[in-house]
Unconditional design. Structure first.
Length: 400
């Protein structure tokens, strides 16, 4: 099931007052929570959550709602490993002891009702509010942000309830087990990564188009547009040739930043020459070059220079990344797909030798009508680099 349909099915469950199962990343908590709308919380669904999940029932909400209710952080010095922003617990003043599913549902309903103020609650209580980061999963990939994002996507009050799911044997539910839980509850299983991906696919605050300027270059005349990505605040750049495209499907190059190759002319890689050749082709045939800020296959310039040191001792580029506890290639193309869609482009000719780039873009809804090879002859220094590209990264290189 594609991401957009998966999120739509989850929204349908939430708007019906049901819960969904949300799993976070294996390298984070690796846990699954039941997630529901505080606005639509019923005693019956809260009773089900308490019985089936058995974790701590919390209420993620926005910073503005927390401030409106004068909810303070539970502790001033937060040492929790994921920096979850627990607020002082509370109960609605309408409840009795606050413990029963009836009482907890009432407190959740009142939290979600923007008409209620701090005067309508008492502290401490049996519901634990959690304050979400403003940019949601684009700022922090926790269940707190995921649940509030889902409420916003569903058009519900941005206050959720979540509860960690625990198995009968006392172990936490992991993604591999959570499908059974979702089937038992007749609901949908999604991941935090699905929500993040969805926000890029529909550009729900993922990128912002800023300025466009004319940029005459030695390769030809272009316009230069900067897009700012919410996750890291970096500027992603789009060069568009002023020459009309030769085809209905424009020529596009996604070029990942390489300071050493692009700026300094390093012979360790083919990046600088690929950039130059791409600009020449796009100037001649029309099209776009998107300059992505993911230096060193996504590991950054500092660690890229560390890989250079390893390479000087005979380690190839693939293994060097792994030895520094990185994936061989950490690049992703969500931002590129979002930029293309923002420009109204869904079908392209892609300048690349990289099959992973093709696969990722296709998975993100971009049609690749044609792959245009971008082979640069080896220079006597980058022979091993290009051989590793072909043999370990499966790049489509005929000359190697």
């Amino acid at each position: 099931m594609d991401t957009i349909n998966k999120i739509k099915k989850a929204v349908k469950q939430l708007k019906a007052g049901n819960v969904i199962v949300v799993a976070d990343a294996p390298n984070r908590e690796a846990e699954c929570d039941l997630v529901g709308s505080a606005q639509l919380a019923s005693p019956a669904i809260i009773n089900t959550v308490i019985k089936e999940a058995r974790g701590v029932l919390c209420a993620p909400l926005t910073k503005s709602r927390a401030e409106q209710l004068h909810l303070n952080l539970m502790v001033k010095n937060n040492t929790e490993k994921f920096n979850t922003k627990f607020l002082v617990s509370l109960d609605s003043k309408k409840v009795s002891t606050g413990v029963s599913p009836l009482d907890r549902a009432q407190t959740l309903n009142d939290l979600a009702d923007g008409k209620n103020s701090s005067a309508d609650f008492e502290n401490p209580g049996h519901i634990f509010p959690l304050m979400a980061e403003g940019d949601g999963v684009l700022a922090r990939t926790g269940h707190t942000e995921a649940s509030v994002d889902m409420m916003k996507i569903a058009g519900l009050s941005p206050v959720a309830f979540i509860c960690e799911a625990i198995q009968d044997n006392g172990e936490m539910y992991r993604y591999g087990d959570a499908k059974q839980l979702a089937e038992k509850l007749d609901t949908v299983l999604i991941t935090v990564a699905d929500i993040r991906k969805y926000r890029y696919l529909v550009n729900d605050g993922a990128i912002a188009k800023l300025d466009t300027v004319d940029l005459p270059t030695s390769y030809g005349d272009f316009t230069l547009t900067d897009y700012q990505s919410t996750e890291d605040g970096q500027l992603q750049l789009v060069l568009k040739s002023k020459k009309p495209s030769d085809s209905k499907t424009p020529l596009v190059r996604l070029h990942s930043e390489c300071f050493t190759g692009d700026v300094l002319g390093s012979k360790r890689c083919d990046c600088g020459e690929q950039l130059t050749h791409s600009l020449q082709l796009i100037s001649e045939h029309g099209g776009y070059l998107i300059y992505l800020r993911q230096e060193g296959r996504g590991i950054g310039l500092k660690d890229k220079l560390k890989t250079y040191k390893l390479q000087q001792n005979g380690v190839d580029t693939y293994d060097a990344n792994v030895m520094l506890d990185h994936a061989p290639d950490e690049r992703e193309y969500l931002i590129a797909a979002a930029i293309l869609k923002d420009m109204g482009i869904n079908n392209i000719q892609l300048l690349t030798n990289n099959p992973d780039k093709i696969a990722q873009l296709q998975n993100l809804g971009i049609t690749i009508s044609k792959r245009v090879p971008l082979e640069i002859p080896k220079n006597g220094v980058d022979d091993d680099y290009l051989t590793t590209k072909k043999n370990k990264f499966n790049h489509l290189l005929k000359q190697i």
